[in-house]
Design a protein. Structure first.
Length: 166
């Protein structure tokens, strides 16, 4: 499993990364978002959703509903899960998350709360805010074979100076 680290200097750079990731997603993909409270998981998830579903004007955080479903015009359903309020990994099974892993695209905030139920094939994204620069984030992306071309493209984008990304 390869890993790359990316520094994003502002929310716009985070949105560009989300758009880039969104273009690569297909049915059965799982994007596991982790990081401390306020790290930017929702910002990245919203940018992925907005790019896949430009008709969506309001993209709420599913903190209280636990899951929001979106229907892109030309692709599989996109489910945005927020597992912050779950006590046990098994609680996520009641949300139908296992079925979603098969035929939908799943964005999962607080993915570590899934424990052994998180698919090994997930794209893992850990977001860490920079304590010295409020808009800056360090993002670590890792994943198995399915994600190697995406990781290589992101790394190439960094080397060619993708705006706001280093």
């Amino acid at each position: 499993m390869n890993r790359i680290d990316v520094t994003l200097c502002d929310p716009a750079a985070t949105a560009r990364l989300g758009h880039f990731i969104s273009d690569c997603l297909k049915a059965g993909d799982v994007v596991a978002l982790e990081g401390p409270l306020g790290a930017g998981k929702s910002v990245l998830a919203r940018s992925i959703i907005q790019h896949a579903c430009p008709q969506e004007n309001d993209i709420p955080s599913p903190t209280f509903t636990l899951v929001q479903t979106y229907e892109p015009t030309d692709g599989p359903s996109l489910l945005h899960f927020d597992l912050y309020r779950l006590d046990l990994p098994e609680d996520a099974l009641e949300l139908g998350i296992e079925d979603a892993f098969i035929d939908s695209i799943c964005l999962i905030e607080w993915a570590q709360r899934l424990g052994p139920y998180l698919p090994r094939t997930a794209l893992n994204i850990f977001i860490q805010p920079d304590p010295e620069a409020s808009d800056t984030r360090t993002i670590s992306l890792s994943g198995g074979d399915r994600w190697q071309s995406l990781l290589a493209e992101i790394e190439a984008g960094i080397q060619t100076g993708m705006k706001g990304v280093s």
